[in-house]
Ligand binder design. Structure first.
Ligand code: GLY
Length: 584
C-alpha cells in the first residue's frame, strides 16, 4: 500500500507555518465613501528589507527565502520554491505541467520571458477532440490521456537556473529541499484537505492516484495526516542526479508515456526527449506613469492586460473610484473587447503570427475605446474582434520573488484543472496535466473555462495551447516596482489587471489591492461576474446599464511584492488558506 500516513515528522520548515507569515493586520475594508489611499490603509502588507517570496503555500515560500538567505538570487529561490510546490501544493505546483516565468535582472536592467508551456505530442491532429460527426467530446479534451501535454516545468526551471541563477548553487542544491519534503512528508492541513475533498472523485478514477491521496477506505487524506510521497522523492532524486535528463529520459519518461498511453493518449518518449523551454521577448506597454512588462504568446495574458489598460487609460478611473459602478462598467466593457480579440487572433507564436504590436498599440486602443458607451453595456453578441493588424508597426499557481539586489521572478505554472487530469503516472508520483483542453477544439466550442478560439489556437503537433497565465512586472522611472500574478484560468488576466489598477489608479498598498473585491467579464457567457463585497446598490446601477451580474465565490489568488522606498511590501492573497508572503 503506497498510502503514506504515518508518524508526524518535523519537516524542516514546517513549524514556522502560518504564525511567521501572517499579514500584520487583516482588518477587512468596510464600505467607504472615498477611494482608499495608502495613508489610511487598514489592510497592511508584510514588510521586509532583504528579500521576499509570496506564494500560495508557506513551506515552499520559506524554502525560497532560505535560498535567498544563503546568498542565492531571486532565480535560485524561484527554482527551489517551484520544485517544492510540486510536493506541498499538488493541486497546481507541479513537475507534470508547465508555465511561464518572467525574470528581471537588476544589474542589466533586462527582463526575460521563459516559456515552458506544455506542447502537444507529435502525433496530435486538429480534430483529435472531435467525434466522427465533428462534434466536440469534452471527455477527450479534459479527462483522457489525449489531454496531457508534454510537461515543461523541469526544463523551464532548469533553463532559468542555468542562465540566470547566481552561480552559487548547483541545480541539485535547489532540488534537494523538495526531495526531502517528498521523502519525509508534510503535514496535511488547510487548503490540501479542502482541495482533495473537491477533486476526490477525479483522483479516485486512477488506482495510482488513489494510493497516494487517499486512505485504503477511499477517503481523502485528512487534517493531521502526514503526506509522504516516496515515488515523487525518487523522481526528484533522478532530477537531483541528472538534471532534466533524469525526467525527460529513462524510467520517469517511460512511466509517464505508459500512463498517458494507458488512458488512450498519444505521447511517446521522443516527445519528452525533444521538449524545449524557450526564451521569448516580453510584452511591453505603459499605463499612466508605469511601464508594464508581461508574458507574450503563447500566453494571451500580457497582451490583453496591456490592451485593457490602454483602453482604460482614456477614462478617469481614479476619479470614478475603486469598485464603483462606473469603474466596473468601463472595465467590463474593455474586458469584453479584449476577449473578442483573444478568440480570433492568438495562438502559439511558433505556428501562427500574433498581432503583438497591434494588440498592444495605444492607437488601436483609442479606436476600441470609441466602442465603449459610458452608460450602456454592449451585448456580447454585438461585439466582434477588431482589426489589430492595421496597427502592426490565466487552476494554476503563481509566486513572486525579489532579492536584495532587486532581481525578481514572476512565475505562474499549472496542471490546468486542480490536480490536472487527476492521473499520477504510476511509480513516479508525478500528477499529469490536462492542459491540451486550452486548445480551441473547434471554432465556437468553449473549453472548460468558457473560452473559445479559432484556427490560430487549433490543436497541432508539438504546438503549445494558448494560455491566460500572466506573470507581470511594473516599472516606474525605469526601476522595478511591482511583481505579481495569479491563478484563475480565464480570470487570471482580469485579476492581474485589477491589482495593477488598484495600485496605479487608487494608490492602494498591495494588501489592499489584493483584498479588494474583483470583477470579471470574458465576453462569453455574457455575464459580469463579481465577488462578494460589491455593494447591492452598485449591482443595481450595473444592472441598469444592462449588465447581467452574477456573484462568484472567489476569483484568483494574487501573490504580489512591491518595492516601496527601499523596502519590500508583500501580499499573499487571503482568498485561500495557507498562502504566505515571507520576507527577511
Ligand atoms: N490552463 C489555464 C491557462 O493556461 O490559461
Amino acid at each position: 500500500m503506497a498510502q503514506q500516513v504515518g508518524q508526524l515528522k518535523l519537516v524542516i520548515y514546517g513549524l514556522c507555518g502560518a504564525l511567521c507569515v501572517a499579514p500584520l493586520a487583516q482588518a477587512q475594508t468596510a464600505n467607504v465613501a472615498e477611494p482608499i489611499v495608502a495613508g489610511y490603509a487598514r489592510t497592511l502588507p508584510v514588510v521586509a528589507k532583504n528579500g521576499m517570496v509570496a506564494a500560495q503555500e508557506a513551506v515552499a515560500a520559506r524554502i525560497g527565502v532560505d535560498i535567498l538567505k544563503q546568498g542565492g538570487n531571486a532565480v535560485d529561490a524561484a527554482v527551489a520554491t517551484g520544485l517544492a510546490l510540486a510536493v506541498t501544493f499538488p493541486r497546481a505546483g507541479n513537475l507534470g505541467g508547465g508555465g511561464f516565468m518572467l525574470v528581471h535582472l537588476a544589474a542589466q536592467k533586462k527582463t526575460i520571458a521563459i516559456d515552458y508551456r506544455e506542447t502537444a505530442p507529435g502525433a496530435m491532429t486538429k480534430a483529435i477532440f472531435l467525434d466522427e460527426t465533428g462534434k466536440f467530446v469534452p471527455a477527450k479534451a479534459q479527462a483522457s490521456g489525449l489531454a496531457v501535454g508534454v510537461p515543461g516545468t523541469v526544463a523551464g526551471l532548469y533553463l532559468a537556473w542555468q542562465k540566470y541563477g547566481s552561480g552559487k548553487f548547483q541545480f541539485s542544491d535547489l532540488v534537494r529541499p523538495a526531495m526531502l519534503l517528498a521523502r519525509d512528508g508534510i503535514k496535511v492541513e488547510g487548503d490540501l484537505v479542502l482541495s482533495l475533498e473537491e477533486v476526490k472523485d477525479r483522483l479516485a478514477r486512477y488506482p495510482s492516484s488513489r494510493a497516494i491521496f487517499m486512505h485504503v477506505n477511499g477517503t481523502p487524506l485528512r487534517d493531521g495526516d502526514v503526506f509522504v510521497q516516496p515515488d515523487l522523492a525518487t523522481t526528484l532524486y533522478r532530477i537531483f542526479q541528472k538534471g532534466p535528463q533524469g525526467f525527460y529520459e529513462g524510467e520517469t519518461a517511460e512511466r509517464i508515456v505508459a500512463a498517458v498511453r494507458n488512458e488512450s493518449g498519444i505521447m511517446n518518449t521522443d516527445d519528452l526527449r525533444d521538449y524545449k523551454a524557450i526564451e521569448r521577448d516580453v510584452v511591453r506597454g505603459t499605463y499612466r506613469d508605469r511601464e508594464i512588462v508581461s508574458m507574450p504568446p503563447p500566453s494571451s495574458g500580457g497582451l490583453h492586460i496591456v490592451q485593457i489598460l490602454n483602453m482604460l487609460e482614456g477614462f478617469p478611473i481614479a476619479k470614478s473610484g475603486p469598485n464603483s459602478a462606473q469603474t466596473i462598467h468601463l472595465m467590463a466593457e474593455a474586458m469584453k473587447l479584449a476577449y473578442a480579440d483573444r478568440e480570433k487572433w492568438l495562438g502559439d507564436p511558433d505556428f501562427v503570427k500574433n498581432p503583438v504590436a497591434g494588440l498592444s498599440s495605444k492607437k488601436y486602443a483609442t479606436e476600441l475605446r470609441k466602442r465603449i458607451s459610458p452608460d450602456r453595456a454592449t451585448p456580447s453578441k454585438d461585439i466582434k474582434a477588431g482589426d489589430p493588424l492595421a496597427y502592426e508597426s490565466d487552476q494554476t499557481t503563481h509566486f513572486s520573488v525579489i532579492d536584495a539586489q532587486g532581481n525578481a521572478v514572476a512565475n505562474t505554472y499549472t496542471l490546468n484543472f486542480s490536480y490536472g487530469l487527476g492521473l499520477v503516472a504510476s511509480g513516479t508520483g508525478v500528477l499529469l496535466n490536462n492542459e491540451l483542453d486550452d486548445f480551441a477544439a473547434a471554432p465556437g466550442v468553449p473549453n472548460a473555462f468558457g473560452l473559445m478560439g479559432g484556427d490560430a489556437n487549433a490543436p497541432g503537433p508539438r504546438k503549445r495551447p494558448l494560455s491566460s497565465m500572466s506573470p507581470t512586472m511594473l516599472f516606474r522611472n525605469g526601476e522595478l516596482e511591482l511583481v505579481t500574478g495569479s491563478p484563475g484560468g480565464s480570470r487570471i488576466i482580469t485579476t492581474v489587471l485589477q491589482v495593477i489598477s488598484n495600485v496605479v489608479d487608487h494608490n492602494m498598498n498591495v494588501a489592499e489591492a489584493s483584498e479588494a473585491a474583483r470583477v470579471h467579464h470574458q465576453l462569453y457567457p455574457d455575464e459580469l461576474r463579481i465577488e462578494r463585497g460589491i455593494s447591492p446598490d452598485t449591482v443595481k446601477l450595473l444592472e441598469q446599464k444592462g449588465h447581467v451580474v452574477r456573484e462568484q465565490r472567489v476569483m484568483g489568488s494574487t501573490q504580489t511584492i512591491q518595492r516601496v522606498k527601499g523596502e519590500f511590501q508583500g501580499a499573499a492573497d487571503t482568498r485561500q488558506m495557507g498562502t504566505a508572503a515571507v520576507g527577511y
